[in-house]
Design a protein. Structure first.
Length: 335
């Protein structure tokens, strides 16, 4: 076959493929990097001395008994992952209308926090502040009829944050989306002398269909009455996310988060361009499950899709990524 050679003078010497020609030249000009220290690994825990109960909607993830949670914390530390986030699967008889179990100093989360702090003190511990693991109706706050009460919920969340901090939590992560909770928690923490406890605010948390497998993991999904649209954000909005983050920073948040992750990279970028603060993103359960299930169905190469998705977060402007891929990605990066 004879090729016609076109006049390419209009390129003026510019050929972007030159830098892509070899592994060395691509590596030389790579704009972002990914390391195990970019990750926070969210783990699910259950009330058992040991054992692992697979979560079917999240292939590769399990609810961990106490001993296994400590074991995973050790592995995470050895892989260079700086922090874990703890999510409890609460027993049925400990759930109530007002989620009072959140205030129990011996609740599952507190016991796990103490056990890991004791055995693996080098790992940072993030604990979620919201009532959904403890309520019979699966909402993040207390209800009066159909309404989620804001200020009454904040009162309980403050108690929950103090309870977790006393048990050893390093980072309080309010995921409830009540107004004013960051300021109220900061004040209460400082009042008890916990001035060094960080707050990572779920600032732009959207009412999303990608949380399904998580709700399965903590057994709150089948209980949930209605949806969370009166407190979590409308996915059609972007300016509102900036207002949320601005308020959280004013109220004392150390890190602001965007959640879910991949469908909201535009919000991450806006945060990065607007605020001089560390930015987290949560690659949520549904995003994880879609990649895992897609790989099982032969649609994508699992490891390649995992890495591409994590790099996308860094490129968008993330400083830290909460991801269920943390352990596997860290292993791959270390290899
Ligand atoms: C609850 C909470 C949720 C997630 C983290 N904290 C679910 C929800 O708001 O219903 C979702 C995480 C995930 O899907 O991986 N406050």
């Amino acid at each position: 076959m004879a090729f016609v050679r076109h006049d390419m003078d209009f390129l003026g010497g510019r050929r972007l493929r030159r830098l892509r020609q070899a592994q060395w030249s691509r590596a030389m000009v790579r704009e972002t990097s990914l390391t195990p220290s970019d990750f926070i690994y969210p783990i699910f825990v259950m009330d058992a001395p040991e054992g692992r109960q697979p979560i079917h909607t999240m292939p590769g993830q399990s609810r961990l008994g106490l001993r296994d949670a400590v074991e995973v914390a050790r592995e995470a530390r050895d892989l260079g992952i700086p922090a874990l986030a703890i999510f409890p699967n609460t027993q049925d008889d400990r759930r109530s209308e007002d989620g009072g179990e959140a205030l129990n100093p011996d609740n599952l989360t507190c016991r796990v926090l103490r056990a890991i702090k004791d055995a693996v003190p080098e790992v940072g511990l993030v604990s979620d502040v919201a009532l959904d693991p403890y309520t019979t109706h699966g909402h993040d706050g207390v209800m009066a009829g159909e309404v989620i009460l804001n200020d009454e919920t904040v009162e309980i969340l403050v108690g929950q944050a103090l309870n977790q901090t006393r048990a050893g939590s390093d980072v309080i992560a309010p995921s409830d989306m009540m107004d004013g909770r960051v300021g109220a928690i900061r004040r209460a923490l400082d009042g008890e002398g916990h001035t060094d406890t960080l707050i990572m605010a779920y600032s732009a948390k959207y009412a999303s269909s990608f949380y399904g497998p998580f709700r399965d993991a903590i057994s709150s999904g089948n209980r949930l009455k209605g949806d969370k649209r009166t407190y979590q954000m409308d996915y059609a909005n972007s300016d509102e996310a900036l207002r949320e983050a601005e308020m959280d920073l004013d109220e004392g948040a150390d890190i602001i988060m965007v959640k879910p992750g991949m469908p909201y990279l535009d919000i991450i970028r806006r945060f990065k361009d607007t605020f001089n603060a560390p930015i987290a993103a949560y690659q949520v359960s549904g995003e994880y499950a879609m990649i895992e299930m897609g790989a099982k169905a032969g649609i994508v190469d699992r490891d390649a899709a995992m890495m591409e998705s994590l790099f996308a977060f860094k490129r968008a402007g993330c400083d830290t990524i909460l991801t269920y891929f943390a352990m596997d990605a860290a292993r791959k990066l270390g290899a």
